[in-house]
Design a protein around this ligand. Structure first.
Ligand code: G4P
Length: 295
């Protein structure tokens, strides 16, 4: 699902969260383990202040396992409960109910002491494409309505029973990412959460190549059968990334035989292939953002 930017919708979603927050015991935010910063909306912290929080790092099957470990430790250190999942296969999702009960242990103990057996309610939040619907379907063990991301579509709030004591509030409305800087938009484009037209495909491909060559050179060499990664001669920063990334696209395109007339390499085609293969996890497991403390 692609995100399209409709200003004003975040306002609606904010209002909905503010209205509903008092009806839930905890808030579960689903994020994409490949881009744990860019796939969050930082406003959620302020909107859910005071509520116990669970972060679900979804798509761990596509993310770098070492980086996922760092992110889990990072979120735990900030006081969140953390669950690592691959909602597509269902791996990790069975631990959700236990994670929620552990998070709310004190509250549940207090209920038990009063002889009450209350249903726990958890608000589920997540920007499009993190795997929210897949996750909910997995833990609910059935198909629920798909999130609508079209403007003007209002959904009523949706309670999804998990078991006799646990219910989810699947948030109506869309939680938007926050395009605070270009890197957020780019990361969302790399993972396919936003349409490619945020930047031209070739420039996106250059940036992705530069990142992968920097962080995952071995995987890149294997994926595109490169005997070596062209050494970076360009300066640090965006322009340097694009120039280096362009040389990498040329090297990979040459290997793939993507030629256009005059013997030139079709770098645009190579960029499209790179993005497709990255999104389809054909190149390996990569994480594009690391916790600040570990960089
Ligand atoms: P959303 O509600 O947050 O917008 O996301 P949704 O669940 O619709 O998931 C978007 C796509 O991501 C789906 O693929 C889904 O299968 C896939 N997905 C969700 N979670 C995971 C995960 O943990 N790992 C992997 N590898 N993929 C995941 P699709 O191609 O749109 O549909 P489908 O053909 O897979 O059904």
């Amino acid at each position: 699902m692609n995100i399209q930017w409709y200003p004003g919708h975040m306002t609606k979603t904010r209002r909905m969260i503010a209205d509903q927050i008092r009806n839930v015991d905890a808030v579960c935010e689903i994020i994409d383990a490949r881009i744990p910063v860019s796939s969050r909306n930082p406003d959620v912290d302020e909107l859910t202040v005071g509520k116990p929080r669970l972060v679900v790092l979804n798509r761990v099957d596509q993310a770098d396992p070492a980086a996922t470990k760092l992110w889990t430790a990072y979120f735990r250190s900030k006081g969140y409960a953390v669950l690592e999942t691959d909602a597509k296969s269902g791996s990790g999702t069975a631990k959700f109910a236990v994670a929620v009960r552990t998070l709310l242990a004190e509250k549940l103990k207090a209920y038990a002491e009063k002889g009450q057996n209350r249903v726990i309610r958890v608000m589920i939040l997540g920007i499009p494409n993190v795997g929210k619907s897949t996750f909910i379907n997995k833990i609910a063990g059935r198909k629920t309505a798909k999130t609508e991301d079209r403007p003007g579509v209002t959904r009523s709030k949706q309670w999804v029973p998990i078991d006799a004591y646990l219910e989810l509030l699947d948030t109506p409305g869309i939680l938007w990412p926050k395009f605070e800087d270009q890197s957020v938009g780019m990361n969302l484009a790399f993972t396919g959460a936003v349409k490619d037209d945020i930047l031209d495909v070739e420039t996106l491909g250059c940036h992705l190549m530069a990142y992968l060559a920097e962080r995952y050179p071995e995987a890149l060499k294997v994926a595109y059968k490169l005997s070596s990664i062209p050494v970076r001669e360009e300066e640090e920063g965006e322009e340097g990334d694009v120039a280096w990334g362009y040389r990498l696209l040329q090297a990979a395109g040459r290997k793939r035989g993507f030629l256009i007339s005059g013997g030139e390499i079709d770098t645009e085609r190579m960029a499209k292939i790179l993005l497709d293969e990255f999104r389809g996890s054909k190149l390996g497991r990569f994480t594009l953002e690391l916790p600040e403390e570990s960089v």
